[in-house]
Write a protein that binds this ligand. Sequence first.
Ligand SMILES: Cc1cc2nc3c(=O)[nH]c(=O)nc-3n(C[C@H](O)[C@H](O)[C@H](O)COP(=O)(O)OP(=O)(O)OC[C@H]3O[C@@H](n4cnc5c(N)ncnc54)[C@H](O)[C@@H]3O)c2cc1C
Length: 667
Amino acid sequence: MGILDSKVPSGPLADKWTNHKNEINLVNPANKRNIDVIVVGTGLAGGSAAATLAELGYNVKTFCYQDSPRRAHSIAAQGGINAAKNYQGDGDSAYRLFYDTVKGGDYRSREANVYRLAEESSNIIDQCVAQGVPFAREYGGLLDNRSFGGVLVSRTFYAKGQTGQQLLLGCYAAMNRQINRGKIKPFNRHEMMDLVLVDGKARGIIARDLVTGEIERHSAHAVVLASGGYGNVFYLSTNAMGSNVMAAWRAHRRGAFFANPCFTQIHPTCIPVSGDHQSKLTLMSESLRNDGRIWVPARKEDADDIRSGKLKPTQLKEEDRDYYLERRYPAFGNLVPRDVASRAAKERCDAGFGVNKTGEAVYLDFAAAIQRYGKEEALTHGMKDPDESTITKLGKDVVESKYGNLFQMYEKIVDENPYETPMMIYPAVHYTMGGLWVDYNLQTTIEGCYSVGEANFSDHGANRLGASALMQGLADGYFVLPYTIGDYLSNDIRTGKIDTDSPEFDQAEKEVRNRIEKLMSAGGKHSVDYYHKKLGLIMWNKCGMSRNGEELQEAIDEIAALRADFWANVKIPGEGDAMNSELEKAGRVADFLELGELFAKDALTRNESCGGHFREEYQTKEGEALRDDENFKFVSAWEYKGEPKDAVLHKEDLKYENIELKTRSYK
Ligand SMILES: Cc1cc2nc3c(=O)[nH]c(=O)nc-3n(C[C@H](O)[C@H](O)[C@H](O)COP(=O)(O)OP(=O)(O)OC[C@H]3O[C@@H](n4cnc5c(N)ncnc54)[C@H](O)[C@@H]3O)c2cc1C
């Protein structure tokens, strides 16, 4: 066995998971009561894992930095969650979901994990419906579906534009039942600062009470990290302001390998950056691409006139518009995967066709959908000769019922009515496919340390398909981890409580305190945000939507210098042992400054383009990503060795036994 043993079970793809579940060890209910599990993170992945583990009988402690699990970043998820239910009878199946996901990820994900995800997807919907999640329904009362990018079926279940919120309410209710039973002990406003290993096994964490500033020790037989993604390494992203890499990174420093750090998703439909005052970007859900058509003016003169305010988009005739996705990708049209749509928008804007003042925006237009829906509604209401305004009104009502909250959000931010004039959108950092390396059982390279949800690298390869993050997080938490962790914990039925009064806990706590002291005693020249913004600019300009070898090397050098400056000169007001939000941010940015460098190093090492990782040197004549399967068909898993420059690369070779490796095409 190599150092990276993915532990994928043998046997036919479709039987692997069932056989594995039948073969792994179980813990009897009486013994579960003697076993403690720590779950760091109570978003959809951690919340679902915690609720299920507690329901099974384990003693669970949960940690989150917000004041309630209700506020995890998962709540922001808008568009929907995939499941291969085939309710539409449009040819969907577990195999197709598996195939779409592997292809969507540009053949850089592990087949067995993705197949399991597709298999479990149906269970998630049943579970959530049973919890009372109000998924959208059709006229007849059946659950409705819509389409997301990179697929030719409708398999996305949704609750208007608030799917994450509704799923999280269901999950939180499940958690609350366990909190009430005393099976989950929640530690909100607590931040995990370090992972504690005893005899090479994860046996606890050091956490900081963010309200009192106290440092605490917590022990358990296993630790689950469900701490979300690291998109905020770019400073500007669609992620919640607090999203960070600390828990995963601290585990990395203790021996958990970090996989594919450079695989980041840039989402094509976000509200464009409006200036350097911003600290957050806003997503306009991919669901909008079901009905919105993306275009720019076909002629540069028109784009110039639009930018200078001489021309309005609604004045441009159909033949003067370039629906570039429909033109380039007739089969998938506006619903190509995110990496493809983002690059195409950048290409048009770089060529001078952008439509806002900065030249970095394209249109997302609902005029055609409003007319189409309006006519359909008029017919179904028995109207014989409806006039234009009736059709438009009926059409707008349908669009509002589908996307009302997103349209309202857009209008509040941009101060333009998207029912009347096309939305302006541009790609922004959104999701991180990279994360902690995990095996088939979701265990990291540290025994007893598991990772679920966006925090792990698992299923999405080099590009995640829309509506698949919620699916993965909930599959991990409700249906995968609760089985696989039992296999590990079955060895702990006689271990007894893990003592926090041990040299390992002493040492970890000491290191946490030293780190805080070091941050508090730095030179005091620049704010934490000053460094975070600088890092974000390097990341966006040199490691963003497209990358090249020269700039990646520059990024590595610049980030290393910025990190040194940060530790020498960061300014953190207040006290280290009290509530201090600047100190919280500083700890997170310190980790981003290490991760950022590893990110660039990973991107520099991967001499190919695949999915969201687009190296300018490796592209086809048409500007599409050019994979190199011979040399790069692997997961890169980095081992911590001190400075990111010293990190050691391990490779998990990806085997494709059930899917033929092809050039990814959406034409
Ligand atoms: C605007 C937006 C819309 C989206 N829409 C969709 C969609 O429609 N469909 C879809 O499939 N996906 C969508 N996604 C992606 C999806 O929402 C996320 O990938 C997913 O919710 C992540 O869930 P998670 O449980 O892994 O992490 P999170 O929800 O981010 O939860 C992380 C948890 O970890 C805790 N935590 C982090 N660090 C620490 C620490 N050091 N100590 C203690 N606690 C810690 C946090 O407090 C939190 O509880 C969207 C993403 C964004 C940004």
